[in-house]
Design a protein around this ligand. Sequence first.
Ligand SMILES: C[S@@+](CC[C@H](N)C(=O)[O-])C[C@H]1O[C@@H](n2cnc3c(N)ncnc32)[C@H](O)[C@@H]1O
Length: 330
Amino acid sequence: MQVGLGFMGSKALLSAVELDLFTVLAAHPLTAAQIGDRLALHPRGLYDFLDVLLSMKLLERQGDGHQALYQNTPETAAFLDKNSPAYVGGFLEMAGSRLYPFWANLSQGLRTGEPQNEIKHQAGLFEVLYSDEPRLEQFLRAMQGFQMGNFLMLAEKINFTGHRTFCDVGGANGTLASVIARRHPHLSCISFDLPIVAPVARRHIEAMGADARVVVQEGDFFKDPLPEADVVTMGNILHDWDEDQKQVLIRKAYQAVPPGGMFIAIENVIDDARRSNTVGLLVSLNMLIETRGGFDYTGAQFAGWCQAAGFQKIEFIPLTGATSAAIAYK
Ligand SMILES: C[S@@+](CC[C@H](N)C(=O)[O-])C[C@H]1O[C@@H](n2cnc3c(N)ncnc32)[C@H](O)[C@@H]1O
């Protein structure tokens, strides 16, 4: 029952993020009535909504009854207050507005093999997502929220000694290139993505204080060669595409790095037996909803594609949650 009704708890959290509950509570604890006033909520569902979140350990409460004060947990204060530098709610905002309604049609996706999002009757995911500026910005924020912890960990765990240049392919708003440039000042960094993303990336890289050493390069990774660099990364890129397209991108990464260079995919890597990485498998199913051919893959699949492209050695470093750095050395 807990799994079957899991969507209810999930939607309670997604609504809390959408309504800015955790941001409003960041300043100081509030009673339910004060929260209701601040968020313009009807009193009828208010106590159940707050106490559901409390029971899921997403809020704390001092006292009981009408005078009780609700406050953030240490985790919601760090990760779900919009003004926190560690905010990861961008992905949950997108999950609430897009993925939640699209997943209602999962059965139809399973029957037809067709995406169930905006591209159901139209072109490709990025053309459609990016045709609307607020949606483009929301998508880029969502990606940042999903990956920030992984990027910070990657910057610590990879030995960049001996490398001089770094390129993040499909770099979105430039977060990874900025994190790497700030942590490893000897590297010159490129964030490569479609032209429409470039202005958002330039603004964001400047805001992260990394504009002196991160260049935004515009291009299409299927039509143009990738920029040459000692280290090429792709964060959640390969899983957007079908197997042939994945192999094209891996071969292009092989061409872009010199001997001794590295290609790193920062993605869910599903366990080889496909038995235990539930989040990885769910994200792969989300690619059915979101794309025409995308899927997440096992470590053995990644190793096979990279070896076929010519890479010598493959290694996996766990990052946060279900995500790993899958590294191929040339
Ligand atoms: C799922 S997002 C991943 C963003 C980021 N790397 C991360 O790890 O969060 C995919 C990215 O690929 C970019 N992209 C899609 N098609 C592309 C293409 N043909 N050429 C270059 N970038 C592309 C998108 O603009 C988007 O930023």
